[in-house]
Design a protein around this ligand. Structure first.
Ligand code: XMP
Length: 486
């Protein structure tokens, strides 16, 4: 017999947080550090969505520099996704452990192509035994128009280079950069073999982004999405080899045997090498089952996203605020953080999601219109937009080799059938400039919300949170009203 729950499903706009006595003097006192997974802490509780119009390496780098983390989407070949992860891990190495190298007999054309592919400004030149022979920088070949010329004829030889030994400190490297006016300091062992590289650029960037989310080696944090089929284990392997910090098992319905099995498989293969996030779910049972299987964080959200049509198409979902509040009970029991995924439209929604029990929020639409999202700006009626699409939208699915690859069955379809299965839409979103600005606005709102609640930390925010349900009239009162907007 069909049953009905005895509580009402609420979404962000149905409630407000009640202000509390506060001893906070300035919003700067507030600490926004939160748990992304069981083991990974990030400095702001914001994660960018694993969608092909939101997160590739450029977005992930900005997210991590701002203190959050990005999840590189999985709708590309595994080797390319691993390359995207590597780009993030290499973006701000303090010590690059495996710098890119080239052989002296390679051509300038090959060197240029390698520099462009990896977005780097120099290559260490080594022999077949990885012994340093010299360095080739972009500057060395800037005006070289003979592409067939060999690297050895353009490089700066080792005899004219300054090198350091393993164990060199960042302070010592800084002193070399200051004194010798070089930009790259290779680290070589007693036999002359390359053991690492320090660049002045990376040291400067480290000072520029003091709030960045970093791993124990000082590199930016990055996560990457995988699916649930067995062949995705190969993808996971490449991502782990690229030193991804967390794998996000990313399926529309995460409370399935297939998803639970995938969590177990990933955990048994990779153990403590990588944290595993799984989802999406919208019930405490879903959180419990995924956490029991070994998930280090659970993603909550069935249908709240701006380009989702799951609730309309399938009639399934739980309004997001209630989903978070119900899931929180299980999450606390299982000691696993919740990522509230979808439906964030304003900074106030971030405050409400976290106050309700999430540790972080995942965002798609608000970041899709920025410079850092994949895709170009389009102009329509004189206004600038970017394209944003649900990953279960018709065109996103068509782009994935005519295969419906979510849920528990792999269904090969005729292209025309796809429109029946779509659970997302394609849309224009206004171009909004830099992702850093969007993130900083959200964090400013979060800090404000926390100070209204007397919450110095994310934990305090949850402890102090009391929601009040509001009516349509209350909601109307919350918006600017009875004025003509400028
Ligand atoms: P926002 O609201 O930030 O939501 O744009 C981003 C989240 O939406 C989910 N997503 C989908 N959900 N059909 C769905 O039902 C889709 O096609 C779809 N694509 C993305 C996803 O969880 C994302 O993080």
């Amino acid at each position: 017999m069909a049953d009905i729950l005895d509580y009402v499903g609420l979404s962000f706009d149905d409630v407000l947080l009640v202000p509390r006595r506060s001893s906070i003097r300035s919003r700067k006192e507030v600490i926004t550090r939160s748990r992304f997974t069981r083991r990974i802490l990030i400095n702001i509780p914001i994660v960018s969505a694993a969608m092909d119009t939101v997160t590739e390496s450029t977005m992930a780098i900005t997210m991590a520099r701002e203190g959050g983390v990005g999840v590189i989407h999985r709708f590309m070949p595994p080797f390319r996704q691993a390359e995207e992860v590597s780009k993030v891990k290499r973006a701000e190495n303090v010590i690059i452990e495996r710098p890119f190298t080239i052989r002296p007999e390679a051509t300038i054309a090959e060197a240029r192509s390698m520099m462009n592919q990896h977005g780097i400004s120099g290559l260490l030149v080594v022999d077949s035994d990885n012994r340093l022979l010299g360095i080739l920088t972009r500057r060395d070949i800037l005006f070289e128009d003979n592409d067939r010329k060999l690297v050895r004829d353009c490089m700066t030889p080792k005899s004219r280079m300054i090198v350091a030994s393993p164990g060199v400190t960042i302070e010592e490297a800084k002193e070399v950069f200051r004194r010798a006016k070089v930009e790259k300091l290779p680290i070589i062992d007693e036999d002359g073999r390359v053991k690492g590289l320090i660049t002045s650029d990376d040291i400067v960037k480290r000072g520029t982004y003091p709030n960045a989310s970093r791993d124990s080696k000082g590199r930016l944090l990055v996560a990457a999405a995988i699916g649930i089929k067995d062949q995705e284990l190969e993808r996971a392997k490449l991502l782990v080899e690229a030193e991804v910090d967390a794998l996000v098992i990313d399926v529309a319905h995460g409370h399935t045997e297939m998803c639970i099995d995938m969590v177990k498989k990933i955990k048994s293969i990779f153990g403590d090498q990588v944290d595993v996030v799984a989802g999406n779910v919208a019930t405490p049972e879903g959180v419990e089952d995924l956490a029991a299987a070994g998930a280090d964080a659970v993603k909550v959200g069935i249908g709240p996203g701006s380009v989702c049509t799951t609730r309309v198409v399938a009639g399934v979902g739980v309004p997001q605020l209630t989903a978070i509040m119900k899931c929180k009970e299980a999450a606390e029991r299982m000691d696993v953080p919740i990522i509230a995924d979808g439906g964030i439209r304003e900074s106030g929604d971030v405050v409400k999601a976290i106050a309700a029990g999430a540790s972080t929020v995942m965002i798609g639409r608000l970041l899709a219109g920025t410079d850092e999202s994949p895709g170009t700006i389009v102009v329509k009626n004189g206004r600038r937009y970017k394209i944003y699409r649900g990953m279960a939208s018709l065109y996103a699915m068509l782009g994935r080799e005519f295969r419906l690859d979510e849920g528990d069955a792999e269904v090969f379809l005729d292209a025309s059938e796809y429109s029946y299965y779509a659970e997302g839409v394609e849309a224009y979103v206004s171009y909004t400039g830099s992702a850093s600005d969007v993130i900083r606005r959200l964090v400013a709102g979060l800090r404000s919300g926390m100070s209204y609640l007397g919450a110095r930390t994310i934990d305090d925010l949850r402890k102090n949170a009391v929601f009040i349900r509001i009516t349509q009239l209350g909601y109307r009162e919350s918006l600017p009203h009875d004025v003509e907007m400028m």
